[in-house]
Design a binder for this molecule. Structure first.
Ligand code: GLV
Ligand code: MN
Ligand code: MN
Ligand code: MN
Length: 423
């Protein structure tokens, strides 16, 4: 049998798979790569090496983002940025975020192999905290690069937020020799950035259902996140009468169902979804009536109006439940992202690039998932390319892509760069 070199798509998939286990995951038997954890640090090292092999110079910025740069025909030329995130959710898939970074490295490796350069530099950014899977905030590192971190959090209050082990952002950054305020110096100058391009698995079923490898994103849904803290009264499970209880968990249970009802029953709100993804009772033992509960709320919709109407209905329902059950309710806003359209000129170029590669007119679709691109759109014109994933499954270890689709991805991004250069 004649063995052959792997295709760029096969190599990209193999690299993502390699990064799906320790030491690139913080847990054995599942992928969990939170921002600034040991798996994250090991991943940065591995990806940096692949960037170097693709002819890029590599640095880490003041927000612990990994940046590779492939120079243009002149030094210090402004850059076309590719990017996505290096972190993962807990028990996540191997391609969410990572594939966008690894596929972009293959694009540059292709140019490097032929000595092909452009009047602009190409940079690839692996962002640190798109998921918000460690601290109760998200995309601080992207905001730092886009120059909007200070506006988002003028006092760097995020520094005090803790992970599940009580380590705060400031302490985690200190481990890397970084500081919360220093992160703000990762900002890029507008004149140095021509555009931002993100390739990402679709995380939904549309492309697979239509038999297409690739799609072009028209825009990204609006999103809000909250942390909800309920305070009742802990008591003995054997002695506290049902009529006297102020059980924070039964109140939370009713609230979770209210979230589901509001989102399911809303009329005409396109893409409206609402999720309680984390719920922690305290003290969380068998014979204590739970006195406290903390849970998360994530609400998304095609427009801010639809999203905010749903948030308002959910908050009203929660207030009623809390009052009826004599529970104190604290609602802490954690994220607020506007619906973000992609740039129409870049979208047109990406449609042409996809059509060149697939021989079909490109499918254009909306992203319900959030992406670094939402923040990067504040800095530069932005466009996204979606890659089919099996059964639309994501945020799940069953996440899967076809290497042939990744070959198409790399070819489409390569065509995009040439079209962007006017060739
Ligand atoms: C992150 O993956 C998000 O879309 O919330
Ligand atoms: Mn994700
Ligand atoms: Mn992602
Ligand atoms: Mn996301």
């Amino acid at each position: 049998m004649v063995s052959r070199d792997p295709s760029p798509g096969e190599r990209a998939v193999a690299r993502c798979n390699q990064l799906g286990v320790p030491p690139f995951s913080d847990e054995t038997g599942l992928l969990y790569r939170p921002w600034l954890g040991p798996g994250f640090v090991a991943t940065v090292e591995a990806v940096a090496q692949w960037m170097r092999e693709a002819g890029m110079s590599v640095r880490e910025d003041a927000a612990a983002n990994l940046i590779g740069r492939y120079e243009g025909t002149t030094p210090d030329a402004p850059a076309l940025l590719f990017g996505s995130h290096l972190d993962s959710v807990r028990d996540g898939g191997r391609y969410d975020g990572m594939l966008g970074v690894i596929a972009a490295i293959e694009v540059v490796a292709g140019f490097h192999a032929h000595g092909e350069r452009f009047p602009f530099a190409i940079e690839i950014i692996g962002f640190g905290d798109e998921e918000g899977s460690r601290f109760p905030v998200t995309m601080l590192t992207t905001r730092a690069v886009a120059g909007v971190l200070e506006e988002h959090d003028p006092n760097a209050a995020f520094a005090e937020l803790c992970d599940a082990n009580g380590i705060n952002v400031q302490q985690a950054l200190a481990g890397m020799g970084l500081t919360p305020r220093g992160m703000m110096t990762a900002r890029r100058r507008r004149e140095d950035v021509l555009a931002y391009v993100e390739a990402h698995i679709e995380q939904g079923p549309v492309l697979e259902a239509e038999g297409r490898a690739l799609g072009v994103v028209s825009g990204i849904a609006a999103q809000r996140r909250f942390e909800i803290r309920l305070h009742g009264q802990a008591g003995h499970a054997g002695t506290m009468a049902m009529s006297l209880r102020r059980d924070a968990l039964t109140a939370a249970s009713e609230m979770v169902l209210a979230v589901d009802r509001v989102a399911s029953e809303a009329q005409g709100a396109e893409g409206l979804v609402a999720t309680v993804g984390s719920l922690r009772p305290w003290p969380g033992v068998v014979n204590v009536v739970p006195g406290d509960v903390t849970f998360t709320l994530d609400v998304r919709a095609g427009t801010e109006r639809q999203r905010d109407d749903a948030v308002e209905a959910i908050i009203t329902a929660m207030g009623d439940i809390a009052a009826r059950r004599s529970i104190e309710l604290d609602l802490i806003p954690r994220e607020n992202l506007a619906a973000t359209p992609c740039d129409s000129r870049l979208l047109g170029l990406m449609e042409r690039a996809v059509a060149q590669v697939t021989g079909q007119s490109a499918r254009v679709l909306v992203s319900g998932a959030g992406h670094d691109a939402m923040i990067m759109a504040r800095l530069a014109p932005m466009v996204m390319l979606f890659i089919r994933c099996e059964k639309g499954i994501s945020h799940n270890p069953a996440e899967a892509v076809l290497p042939a689709d990744v070959d198409d991805t790399i070819a489409a991004l390569t065509a995009f760069v040439r079209l962007f250069a006017g060739n």
